[in-house]
Design a protein around this ligand. Sequence first.
Ligand code: AMP
Ligand code: ZN
Ligand code: FE
Ligand code: FE
Length: 281
Amino acid sequence: MIDLHTHSTYSDGTDTPRELINFALSAGITTLALTDHDSIAGWEEAKQALRGELDLVLGAEISCLTEDGISVHMLGLLFDGTNVEMAQMLKETRDSRIPRMKKMIQLLNEEGIEITMEEVVRVASDGATVGRPHLADALVARGFIASRNEAFDGLLNNDSKFYVSHLAPTPEVAIAQIKAAGGVSVIAHPFASFRGATLDESSIESLVKAGLNGIEVNHRDQSENERSQLLEIARSMSLVVTGSSDYHGAGKLNSLGENSTDPRQWELLEAKADQRRVVKA
Ligand code: AMP
Ligand code: ZN
Ligand code: FE
Ligand code: FE
């Protein structure tokens, strides 16, 4: 079973890369991608923990913003981890997440919700990309809300008055950078409409012109109808079709391997990288 989208404690997942590898082995995963938000900090631990028959695909889920302000998540897989421009792009996003978090905290404070940056940093693991799920965890620890889910249903959702965006490349820039670093790009959950505004078909076409390789069709945040529309788009634009869990450990309901990628589709995708970069034990 091939799962091409998971998170560890280096972003908002709750399993360390080592725990993730061990769990993947016991769950019968054969190919696992580690795709933390805007970070490759977990790659080294994942490589060291790798054993058995599991193939490891190193990647990142890159936060992007279109010129119209639509949030897009781009999975970059199999790129060169020593590429300096890629590292710089990811670092700029991670750095800008700090003032963004402080701004969200300030807006909450102004409404009488007492929470501090120190509390958010405390619930995030060392070296983690700081995001709204950590703010949610800090609010849970304080007893303001019961769960991350409750936070994303209200206080911290994209339409909330407490929402602040952070710096992010456009999806076209991210795709070009992934390609320049030798990797492949897959747009994550493109039609997950309940999260906020999504791209339309013509914007996806412009991403294909920029070099997009694949499209995540099977993902729990997309309805049957959204998946069939995406499948049609993938066919007409010759994109690789993927499915994945977007596993976050205890941070989300998503279970490892709940959606997976067809081996033939993975073969097509892997062949588009400039080198064989799948890591084997
Ligand atoms: P941010 O990147 O800081 O804007 O936070 C967005 C991240 O929060 C997404 O990438 C998801 O992984 C996570 N997220 C979204 N909805 C939920 C939810 N209902 N429960 C837990 N995590 C969520
Ligand atoms: Zn996440
Ligand atoms: Fe995402
Ligand atoms: Fe994700």
